[in-house]
Design a protein around this ligand. Sequence first.
Ligand SMILES: C[S@@+](CC[C@H](N)C(=O)[O-])C[C@H]1O[C@@H](n2cnc3c(N)ncnc32)[C@H](O)[C@@H]1O
Length: 225
Amino acid sequence: MIPWTQLGSAQIPNNGGELKFSQRGDEFSIRLSGIRGELMNSRLYNSEKVLAELGCAYLNSTDNAQVLVGGLGMGYTLAAALKAVTSNSQVTVAELIPEVVVWNQGPLGNCANNPLQDSRTKVHIGDVRVLLNIKQPTFDAILLDVDNGPEGLTQKGNNSIYSLQGLDNIYKTLRPKGMLAIWSAGPDEQFTVRLKKAGFKADSRVVRARPGKGSRHTIFLARKP
Ligand SMILES: C[S@@+](CC[C@H](N)C(=O)[O-])C[C@H]1O[C@@H](n2cnc3c(N)ncnc32)[C@H](O)[C@@H]1O
């Protein structure tokens, strides 16, 4: 068996620990230090891709659509969002950890066909919460995959995204009929209730980690009426 080789590491802001970036043959992994486990593996990306396909489904003929993706990871959600929108749309990707962007400009780039090189991509290095809290109608779709579900994992501060106040801010940052889509490792009934309380028309879908097989992930879909 080919052993893992560590290619890089990065500090997560606000004492969030460390990210470790490794390669084994043509497989890449980004892990969170300690027991928090694997954040992303280059072989498992079906639900990350479907997150963008479902979140952008209604934008396929919308001129100048504005999409926000948080975070970059290995670029699969970003690549699928670019595929789903028109040629004059813009997809902003927010990534908290600058090294993740550098890894995507280097060895990770080929995983999702170099979506950072697409002229429609705009990179925001920093916390996605800054953009979620604009509170003016700005984005047609917001696609979030920054934790393992509606609970702060990468950094504790992410918890605020999923609170009623956080969802209310996202609601205001979406344009009319805008779509919020959130990736989760599993279901969470209470979160769906919270989305509805914030004014969204909310639903969820089960999506497999690989096409037709593998772990069952949940995509929360919340539409602004
Ligand atoms: C699971 S990965 C995303 C995987 C991505 N969907 C893909 O297709 O490869 C989570 C990413 O979100 C980033 N992240 C976590 N919290 C963030 C925040 N508050 N703002 C921006 N990026 C964040 C992490 O650094 C990591 O790169």
